[in-house]
Design a protein around this ligand. Structure first.
Ligand code: ME8
Length: 652
């Protein structure tokens, strides 16, 4: 995002509609939203694009599995993405769908132009194709000569007539672009990887398919009704078709994009294919392609296909949307992977937001109310606090640079350093002591300093936590506007006077009760994930991990009689059971079987129980064992004795 340019164009990847959104998608979208909000406030003419990627074999297969047409399925999932972003108050200017007519026309125009230029030719493609990744691989790239290097699934050999894009022709030009534009790919470490890859040689790219038909047709003039476009050609073009490329071109003045955000998984497509296509179309190249890292969960890659996703809506509902946004942007340095942990989220809320930010506002309203009837005057701030103002200004100097280089966590770290200056000044100057000594002017200068710092911080954090900042700015009596941004941030000025209003606590301490809900979701999902481990791995484990009879007997299995059963409120899956294992007292067991059994039906029945499991807490309740069950596509069944047995009978 160059400061000199008037227009700012920010894009996210367009998300596949083969499943619903998870926090990885939310992360990309929140970063883009933050940049867009910041750019607007700083006075740039901003355009922010997001949307959904709806063509390709993967989508048509997902639709088929659900008994829907590809279009019906794409409509449904695209709608869910859009609803989520609307719930999250994401300020996109356009939500593009690759099934939009204007998009399809634009892609066809682009194809025609590249063809007319001599960059596209017809040939035959034979390669190893991974359907879930929509990507061809060479034999060398495969794992164990068969499996996809990206997702580990089996590939299939596909041979088909195909059009090719002369990617090899752009090898030198791409290398020149990387070398001449230091920050064209961020973080810079990623740029080296890409440069080396391209230096290793590029093969021409197959850009049409005849093996399925859910895609954009080639331009009519080609007379190739069997061909549809390669989904990545179709998808990448969204960044210009959204601006009207090939049609009305109404927003093409936003091109080239300033920041194109992508996950590191799709950086190659964006930093090799995409600029090569643009060169072929004689269009300028984006200023920055910025690749962020992966969110993992419990150290594992999180993905729609693995089923171990964290639902961003649930997290935002439990902890607050602004806190979630802050956490995502602050926790992990851009470009690096991060593990999603509720403990870390809770710490950020209680410490950074509650103690540092929320408390400072309380102190402003407390001191201004007690000493000055809530009226603030900045006239003596520079006289008594030039040192603090200078310190703040030094930090402000760096903030732009951090944002423009996608060092968002450092941007936030430095804003917190500014808050520390304010909190420290209160301790250093003790306005209550000044008041006692009759030094009212000095006390006022201090409270006004803090108020000004809070006002500056609010302008800088509005893009990160718009809802909470609206409350803070209301309390400070200062509007979040471009005018104030220019005055307080760009020109380093102070507000002259204002009146403070009291607000309720902004970030109440998050206690365990809030924490336990999502973490139980996590436990529940974990159990699900375990059951859904891919077949290949299961059978491998069975072969490799044979156990001895002694190892088997380490597990204590017993017959239990269910004497009481209740639903657990707010849980989709859990039932709370009291189970008699012949021990003279009942054990409480929480079982994830609510979808398959009603509480009443279970009372009086028996089941096999794992009796020596370490007790665990689910939804804040103790669970002292596990019922055994088997689940297949027809549902779940508890494992029970064929004829009634005494409670506590050992199973061997
Ligand atoms: O790749 N951590 O779509 P997609 C962080 N349609 N970010 C993650 C993530 C994770 N665990 N998982 C996904 C596609 N993302 C193509 C893009 S663009 C022309 C076409 C984010 O639904 C990340 O930004 O698989 C990733 O690049 C994007 O979601 C891909 O989502």
């Amino acid at each position: 995002m160059e400061q000199t340019c008037k227009n700012v164009y920010i894009t996210t990847p367009i998300y596949y509609v083969n499943d619903i959104a998870h926090i990885g998608h939310a992360y990309t979208t929140i970063i883009a939203d933050m940049l867009a909000r910041y750019s607007r406030l700083a006075g740039y003419n901003t355009y922010f694009l997001t949307g959904t990627d709806e063509h390709g074999q993967k989508i048509s297969q997902s639709a088929e599995q659900r008994g829907k047409t590809s279009q019906e399925y794409a409509d449904e999932i695209s709608g869910k993405f859009r609803t989520l972003w609307d719930d999250f108050d994401i300020t996109y200017d356009k939500f593009i769908r690759t099934t939009d007519e204007e998009h399809k026309l634009g892609v066809q125009k682009a194809f025609q132009k590249m063809f007319d230029k001599g960059d596209i030719y017809k040939g035959e493609y034979e390669g190893f194709y991974c359907v879930p990744c929509e990507t061809f691989f060479t034999e060398k790239q495969l794992v164990d000569e068969e499996f996809c290097p990206e997702c580990g699934r089996p590939t299939s050999i596909v041979k088909e007539e195909s059009y090719f894009f002369k990617l090899s022709k752009y090898e030198d030009k791409l290398i020149k672009w990387y070398e001449e534009n230091e920050d064209c790919i961020l973080p810079r470490s990623k740029k080296n990887e890409i440069t080396n890859f391209v230096k290793g040689g590029l093969k021409d790219l197959s850009i049409s398919r005849t093996s399925f038909d859910w895609g954009v047709k080639l331009p009519e003039s080609m007379n190739e009704p069997k061909h549809v476009m390669y989904v990545w050609l179709d998808a990448l073009m969204n960044y210009i078709t959204a601006l009207g490329y090939g049609d009305k071109e109404e927003n093409m003045n936003f091109w080239p994009a300033n920041v194109q955000l992508v996950g590191k998984d799709i950086l190659r497509f964006h930093s090799i294919y995409w600029p090569a296509f643009l060169m072929s179309l004689d269009l300028p190249l984006p200023k920055h392609i910025a690749a962020h890292g992966w969110w993992t969960r419990d150290g594992q890659k999180m993905s729609k296909s693995k089923g171990n996703v964290v639902n961003p809506k649930e997290v935002a509902d439990a902890y607050g949307l602004d806190a979630f946004r802050y956490f995502m942007l602050r926790e992990v340095p851009f470009g690096q992977d991060g593990d999603f942990s509720q403990k870390a989220l809770m710490d950020r809320i209680n410490s950074d937001l509650g103690n540092d930010l929320g408390n400072l506002l309380n102190r402003i309203s407390g001191m201004s109310g007690k000493y000055f009837d809530f009226k603030i005057d900045s006239k003596d701030v520079s006289k008594f606090h030039q040192k603090e103002l200078d310190e703040v200004n030094v930090l402000l100097d760096n903030l732009d640079g951090y944002l423009y280089n996608m060092q968002i966590n450092r941007y936030l770290e430095d804003i917190w350093k500014i808050l520390t200056i304010a909190n420290k000044a209160i301790g250093d100057y003790e306005p209550w002591a000044k008041m006692k000594e009759g030094k009212t002017e000095e006390a006022m200068a201090l409270v006004a300093l803090i108020t000004n710092i809070m006002a500056k911080v609010s302008l800088l954090l509005d893009s990160v936590m718009p809802e909470k900042i609206a409350k803070i700015s209301e309390s400070l009596g200062i509007k979040i506007s471009n005018e104030n941004f220019t005055k307080l941030i760009t020109n380093r000025e102070l507000i002259s006077t204002t009146t403070i209003t009291k607000v309720d606590q902004l970030f109440p301490r998050i206690e365990e009760i809030l924490l336990t809900q999502p973490s139980n979701e996590k436990e529940e999902q974990k159990q699900e994930t375990k059951k859904e481990t891919p077949k290949k791995e299961e059978s491998k484990e069975e072969d490799d991990n044979l156990i001895t009879i002694d190892q088997f007997f380490e597990t204590s299995l017993k017959i239990g009689t269910i004497v009481e059963a209740q639903e657990v409120p707010k849980s989709k899956k859990l039932l709370k059971l009291q189970v008699d294992l012949g021990e003279g007292r009942n054990r409480q067991i929480l079982a994830g079987i609510k979808e398959f059994y009603s509480a009443e039906d279970l009372v009086g029945t028996q089941a096999c129980v794992v009796a020596n499991l370490k007790p665990a807490k689910l939804m804040g309740m103790l669970s002292e064992g596990m019922l055994m069950a088997a689940k297949d596509e027809n549902g779940l069944s508890l494992i029970r004795p064929e004829a009634p047995k005494k409670s506590g009978t050992k199973i061997s």
